[in-house]
Write a protein that binds this ligand. Structure first.
Ligand code: COA
Ligand code: NAP
Length: 278
């Protein structure tokens, strides 16, 4: 359920939200929840077609508040491309109030088989990409006394087999978040992370699961169910809203309690999963 049913439908009217990786999955769910509350929304990713398709749906959500949507291709590994995307966002939508850093890459790979470039690629997208986005948005966030929401992952805290690269990258993201909370608090900029649990219908879950693993995993998640992209969207909206005006430097688990049960089941079943193309 999109939050428009629970909060004022124009809560973010006149505000601009920029979402990296916003063309699909969880990040698109986040962008949709902001759009439903009237925000102008900028989304970036590497694939213009995918962004254009996502933008059509977003325009249907924020039209009631006269909201605008800007789909702009940019690879988060390229700081100049992000600078250009944020500059265009400012000129077409207004200065950014909320940055959501969600672009990420993932694949399963045993540590001893992971190539230096495989490790570097995930660090580059998840960790450096989050830094590049924060840096590119800083001036606008300072002007608006805005906030950043990082989309982290449980691997940042719970080691999981075949996820060495992701664990290192996302732990880095959460420490980056804390450092920014310390340094940019003086400008009124807040920074927080969300850790999603397993989220239905996403590329991440597809890459890290199978119907058999899902069947067993659902039985150990304390809430006995997987989450939806809107569960994460609702948490992001909360963190960006006045309800969270004194919350910074925090990691919000939105995972039905799944982190409480550790990764033992995962580590036992990971061998049964397809590794994906390389
Ligand atoms: N297993 C092991 N290594 C892999 C791999 C796999 N399944 N997939 C990619 N790699 C390695 C490649 O072999 C390459 O290393 P090498 O040069 O030593 O051979 C390195 O990672 C980069 O691969 P490449 O395909 O050039 O990267 P890319 O920049 O085009 O794509 C990925 C980035 C690999 C993360 C790709 O999966 C992607 O685009 N993901 C985005 C979507 C996604 O992951 N969604 C889920 C988010 S949770
Ligand atoms: P997804 O749909 O593949 O989302 C990743 C997005 O990032 C895609 O839109 C992708 O678009 C973009 N992206 C990838 N590399 C990029 C780059 N170099 N530059 C710019 N954009 C790039 O997968 P998802 O599962 O929804 O994951 C979204 C976020 O949630 C990620 O941060 C992930 O770590 C986190 N997460 C997911 C789960 C889950 O259950 N799915 C659980 C915990 C955390 P392009 O390929 O077009 O660039």
């Amino acid at each position: 359920m999109i939050v428009q049913h629970l909060l004022p439908r124009e809560l973010f009217k006149g505000n601009t939200v920029f979402v990296t990786g916003g063309g699909s999955g969880i990040n698109l769910g986040v962008a949709s929840n902001f759009a439903a509350l009237g925000a102008n929304v900028g989304i970036c990713g590497r694939t213009q077609d995918k962004l254009d398709r996502a933008a059509v749906g977003l325009r249907g959500l924020n039209a009631h508040a006269g909201g605008k949507v800007l789909p702009v291709a940019a690879d988060v590994r390229d700081p100049a491309a992000l600078d250009a995307a944020l500059a265009r966002t400012q000129s077409e939508l207004g200065p950014v109030d909320v940055l959501v850093a969600g672009a990420a890459g993932n694949f399963l790979c045993p540590a001893e088989e992971l190539s230096p470039n495989g490790f570097k690629t995930v660090i580059d997208i998840d960790l450096l990409g989050s830094f590049h986005a924060s840096r590119a948005a800083f001036t606008q966030l300072r002007e608006r006394r805005g906030c950043i929401v990082f989309i982290s992952a449980p691997q940042a805290y719970v080691p999981q087999a075949y996820q060495l690269h992701v664990g290192a990258a996302k732990a880095g993201v959460d420490m980056l978040m804390r450092n920014l909370a310390v340094e940019w608090g003086r400008y009124g900029i807040r920074a927080n992370s969300i850790i999603p649990g397993p989220i239905l219908g996403t590329e991440g879950l597809k890459r890290l699961s199978s119907p058999e693993v899902d069947e067993r995993a659902r039985q150990v998640v304390p809430m006995r169910q997987y989450g939806s992209v809107h569960d994460i969207g609702q948490a992001a909206v909360f963190l960006a809203s006045p309800l969270a005006s004194y919350i910074t430097g925090t990691v919000l688990l939105v995972d039905g309690g799944s982190s409480l049960v550790g990764s033992a089941l995962w580590n036992q079943t990971v061998e049964t999963l397809p590794r994906g193309k390389r």
